[in-house]
Ligand binder design. Structure first.
Ligand code: BJW
Length: 252
């Protein structure tokens, strides 16, 4: 089931047979753009940094300078990164769906905007975006320059500290995005799950919804994950190699 060429052909068959396609992505799709993932191996961010010291509102409240400087380091990495053939293949899949009257929803946990830069037009961002910063108390989005901040934490013109516009542990996901993602997941007939450990909820609940509704679940990931047992097809290959092959086969 995991042999890449055979599983790529099967994945394409399932996508061609579907009228409603949903795609659910995680950090692994950006790994080949040089953006680190969170879990797994020595490369994952959480193997080097403690998420409880960095990725919670309590951590920011305790040490806003340290936390904002760490996120600015990651923001700089993302600004230098470029979309890879995996991102571009999903944009091509969106075009094919539109041209053939299929519905298409791209749901991402990623905060790097590489899907949009790779040509995807409609993206549901469940965990916000690291390129946007907002007031710590007001929540108002404040435009910021791409250059590294001059001091930490960065501040708005009125002196309010700014935080990254992402969803930390213990925070609620943006409700409109979550509702749209759950609706797309519960009503699709095929879901492509790419580069996610499927470990973080409520986002990973999208896979459960698709699976529970009887959709074909196609997992593209070189490693086994918490979602693998729900997959109809396992494509055990990196996304930047597998997705262009799948989409080329879909388009015939
Ligand atoms: C490749 C590849 C290649 C590599 N090609 N693949 C139910 C059960 C248990 C716990 C909970 C639960 N419900 C809620 C919780 C608590 C918590 C949670 O889920 N904890 C778990 C970790 C146990 N969830 C929350 O706190 C959420 N909020 C919440 O529940 O609020 C409740 C509430 C209600 C009412 C009021 C208030 C609150 C919020 C979760 C936010 C998660 N945020 C993060 C960090 C953001 C900040 C930052 O960026 O620093 O988002 S966590 C991190 O994980 C990030 C990601 O979006 C998310 C998912 O990770 P992802 O994308 O799957 O990456 P990895 O690294 O895990 O996996 C990469 C995969 O790629 C691997 O499988 C590789 O093999 C693969 N790969 N190279 C393809 N080339």
């Amino acid at each position: 089931m995991g042999e890449p060429d055979a599983s790529i052909a099967r994945a394409a068959d399932f996508l061609r047979g579907a009228r409603r396609i949903a795609v659910f992505t995680g950090a692994g799709i950006s790994a080949e753009s040089g953006v680190p993932t969170f879990r797994g191996g020595d490369e994952g961010l959480w193997s080097r940094y403690d998420p409880m010291q960095l990725a919670t509102p309590e951590a920011y409240a305790r040490d806003p300078a340290m936390v904002s400087e760490w996120y600015d380091w990651r923001r700089q990495l993302i600004l230098k990164a470029r979309p890879n053939p995996g991102h571009e293949a999903l944009a091509a899949l969106e075009d094919w769906c539109e041209g053939t009257g299929r519905s298409f929803d791209l749901i991402t946990q990623n905060i790097d905007r590489l899907h949009q830069r790779g040509g995807s037009r409609r993206v549901i961002e469940l965990h916000g975006c690291l390129l946007e910063w907002r007031g710590w108390r007001s929540g108002t989005v404040v435009p910021v320059a791409d250059d590294p901040f001059e001091s930490y934490p960065p501040t708005a013109a009125d002196g309010e500290p700014l935080r990254p516009g992402i969803v930390w542990f213990g925070e609620m996901l943006p409700i409109d995005e979550l509702v749209a993602a759950e609706e797309a997941s519960a009503t699709c007939d095929a879901m492509l799950v790419v580069g996610t450990s499927g470990a973080v909820y409520p986002a990973a609940g999208c896979i459960d919804l698709a699976w529970g509704a009887g959709a074909s679940v196609i997992e593209v990931n070189p490693e086994e994950t918490e979602a693998s047992h729900k997959a109809t097809i396992l494509v055990r290959a990196p996304a930047a190699r597998a997705l262009p092959a799948i989409v080329a086969a879909v388009r015939g």
